[in-house]
Design a binder for this molecule. Structure first.
Ligand code: TYM
Length: 331
């Protein structure tokens, strides 16, 4: 059985892009894979947040993942900082990765913007810790959204260089599992920008804990253009906001874009938006309710994470010890 690893940063509440691009796929993969899902709190620390926010977001995300259908008993769910293998292998990989490779990372460029020098070194070496997350488990399949593609390529490059430098065949090649549709859900306010937990405007995203009223309002206010919806997919070209909403509808209903447009094409956005809001409430509403219920018992959530960390450690410790031996560390 192939081993699956994936992670999410505990920064805010998971949004619809996280759900369609990653979480929904994680839930499906549990059926026939050994899965390890990680709240990457060390990655979250690369951008300043208060200790209380980080703690609270870790609880919220744990609850959201369980409410979405992740089974922490049959699979492993834990927070990254609780398993020291991540930091140890991350350091080794920092010494394998080349500055030139890191300089090409588009996510760093986007996050750091023009003021590069003011950002933490952690943000810069983010990709080698991410490579360590996966390789510490010898995981071979990594379900992510489209924005993580480059990070998984560098994770393979790092593993290949490690194997080459130490003349071993120790770290396997990893395969990105990117969903065929909704791999990049866009902001509701700007169809050229990715939907993100960290966008300053809460109106730009649907969060998994949004109530039915909040969902309806956000969809009603979602940016569109003045034209009616087209009847065919080609008509969505250069209409990023319309394309995004149709993509979301298709991903949730399981229909193709063509089927959605055959039904709603030709009319204004009004009836389509009402149908989309209803669909979202059906899918996301129960996740929000269950999340709120789970958050009433933070001790239980912490116990779940502790148990997950113990089981994660059993897998990662021997792999990282072997990597440490291979590079020449004494113990
Ligand atoms: P993060 O926390 O930004 O996002 C978690 C997952 O959600 C996907 N995603 C999206 N998919 C579609 N449309 C969107 N608008 C959208 N926004 C986010 C992301 O692609 C991701 O799959 N670096 C990772 C966390 C990480 C990780 C790992 C992932 C750390 N170590 C090891 C896989 C393996 C991140 O920041 O995800």
């Amino acid at each position: 059985m192939q081993r699956v690893f994936s992670g999410i940063q505990p920064t805010g509440v998971p949004q619809l892009g996280n759900y369609l691009g990653a979480i929904r796929n994680w839930v499906a993969l549990q059926k026939d894979h050994e899965c390890i899902f990680c709240l990457v709190d060390m990655h979250a620390l690369t951008v300043w947040r208060t200790p209380e926010t980080l703690r609270q977001d870790t609880f919220t995300q744990t609850a959201c993942l369980i409410a979405s259908g992740i089974n922490p008993k049959s699979q492993i769910l834990y927070n990254q900082s609780a398993v020291s293998a991540h930091a140890r292998l991350g350091w080794i990989f920092n010494c394998v990765v080349r500055l030139g490779w890191l300089n090409r990372m588009t996510q760093f460029k986007e996050k750091a913007g023009k003021d590069r020098e003011a950002h933490s070194a952690g943000l810069y070496i983010y990709p080698s810790l991410m490579a360590a997350d996966i390789h510490a488990f010898h995981a071979t399949r990594v379900p992510v959204g489209d924005d993580q593609r480059q990070h998984l390529e560098i994770a393979n490059d790092i593993a290949e260089k490690f194997n080459h430098d130490y003349e071993v065949d120790f770290f396997p090649t990893i395969e990105a599992l990117i969903p065929p549709e909704a791999a990049r859900v866009m902001s509701l306010r700007d169809g050229t920008k990715k939907m993100s937990k960290s966008d300053p405007s809460a109106q730009s995203r649907i969060e998994l804990t949004d109530t039915a009223d909040e969902i309806a309002l956000k969809i009603r206010r979602a940016k569109t253009d003045a034209e009616p919806l087209p009847s065919e997919e080609e008509g969505l070209e250069s209409r990023p906001e319309a394309r995004n909403l149709v993509t979301i509808y298709a991903a949730l209903s399981g229909e193709s874009m063509a089927q959605v447009l055959a039904r709603f094409g030709g009319s204004g956005f009004g009836p389509f938006k009402t149908a989309l809001a209803d669909l979202l409430v059906t899918h996301i509403g129960p996740v929000g309710d269950e999340t709120r219920r789970l958050l009433q018992a933070p001790d239980h959530l912490q116990a779940v994470l502790r148990d997950g960390a113990e089981r994660a450690n059993v897998i990662a410790e021997p792999i990282v010890r072997e990597a440490e031996r291979l590079v020449g560390f004494l113990r």
